[in-house]
Design a protein around this ligand. Structure first.
Ligand code: PLP
Length: 371
């Protein structure tokens, strides 16, 4: 059997930057809690994306949860959320006992459709916050979305878990809204093995998020709590991995774009293949290369053929309004995201992939079409 080709797996630097930072944590015994790697990772990431402040947390999901809390979302509040996303975007809305209203995708970006968003505001003007996602590292249409959200004066949270390294009109995704969220889960463009970051220009709110994330310990000699707390902080060892990974982010982005261009060049002559949209405003990190199939070859045919060759591929995220757990909540539109789900395939986009591996993937795909 050939070696496995992964969808997207951890890729530590050749230089060993991550190990150096982790070693420092061991040498100083700052294994936990917190320490210089956590402070350094927050500072370095905030500077890279152009945000005033950042809080390193245990996951991207925790960061979304605290962003909602910081935005004042609580029991019974309405939160707009794209339907085409990973469930981690929507789950924290339920943690806060709020109600998600799912918004359809725009064909042009695959992300939140500004027209559907307008419709949602007309229907639910009392909405408390809007979560925007930059799926697969593609920017949402931020000019239009921000304009609508500003009209209604509502908090905007950007779930940029998949878009670290993606810029919209030269500005980093995650820095348009009131809060931005990144994830360092194992298959993201850079990883800490697990972790997340909450960013904002509002330093007071970020400080509050750090407070909640460390069990809401008030200033006192004994343990005093006047608010509900969470155990959501990132450890100093994990943050060391993150500082090292940040140094190679740009290399990873370049490789991801190379992979996208490789597939596109090799496969675009097949009439029924359409690649994910590239808009003029967008500098995407191409976290995953995704294509949709509009002919007789179905995503499952492709995924199975690749699987038989020990190559990992997967469908597009299944929309939230079609999920058994979430289907009870309202949704606006839904046909575009459903179409993307029915027709989409995520191709192996691992940054350790070689040209020989890419050729193996392409050859396997061509066999499906020429069959
Ligand atoms: C990965 C991901 C998350 C969650 O991040 P974790 O660090 O795994 O909690 C949230 N939203 C999207 C879109 C993601 O892809």
């Amino acid at each position: 059997m050939n070696d496995k080709i992964f969808l997207s797996s951890p890729h530590m630097s050749d230089e060993g930057y991550e190990k150096d930072y982790v070693q420092q944590a061991f040498d100083t015994n700052w294994i936990a809690p917190l320490g210089e790697n956590v402070n350094g990772f927050e500072r370095e990431l905030a500077a890279m994306v152009g945000s005033k402040d950042a809080a390193a947390l245990s996951s991207g999901t925790a960061a979304i949860h605290l962003a909602l809390k910081a935005a004042g979302v609580g029991e019974g509040d309405v939160v707009f959320c794209p339907t085409l996303t990973f469930s981690a975007t929507a789950n924290p809305i339920i943690y806060q006992n709020a109600t998600p209203v799912f918004i359809d995708s725009d064909e042009k970006t695959w992300n939140m459709d500004p027209e559907a968003l307008k419709e949602a505001f007309e229907k639910y003007p009392e909405v408390k916050a809007v979560i925007v996602v930059h799926l697969y590292g593609l920017s949402a249409n931020m000019d239009q979305i921000m304009k609508i959200c500003e009209e209604y004066d509502v908090a905007v949270i950007e779930d940029a878990a998949e878009s670290l390294g993606t810029y919209y009109k030269g500005k980093h995704t995650g820095t348009f809204g009131d809060y931005g969220v990144f994830s360092f889960n194992g298959n993201k463009i850079i990883t800490t093995s697990g972790g997340g970051m909450l960013i904002s220009d509002d330093e007071e709110r970020v400080a509050k998020a750090r407070f909640w994330a460390t069990q809401s310990r008030d200033q006192a000699r004994h343990y005093e709590h006047s608010e509900l707390g969470f155990n959501y902080r990132m450890s100093n060892v994990v943050a060391g991995v993150g500082r090292g990974q940040l140094k190679v982010l740009q290399d990873r982005v370049e490789k991801k774009r190379y992979i996208f261009n490789y597939y596109k060049k090799a496969l675009e002559k097949f009439e029924d293949i359409t690649f994910m949209p590239m808009n003029s405003w967008d500098e995407p990190n191409c976290w995953l290369t995704v294509m949709t199939l509009n002919g007789s070859v179905r995503p499952l045919d492709v995924i199975t053929a690749l699987e038989n060759e020990n190559i990992e591929a997967r469908p597009i995220w299944k929309p939230m309004h079609l999920q058994p757990f979430f289907e009870q909540y309202p949704s606006i539109g839904g046909e575009v995201s459903e179409g993307l789900f029915n027709n989409g395939v995520c191709l192996p986009s691992d940054t350790k992939i070689t040209d020989e591996d890419l050729e193996r993937v392409v050859k396997t795909l061509k066999k499906v079409w020429l069959h």
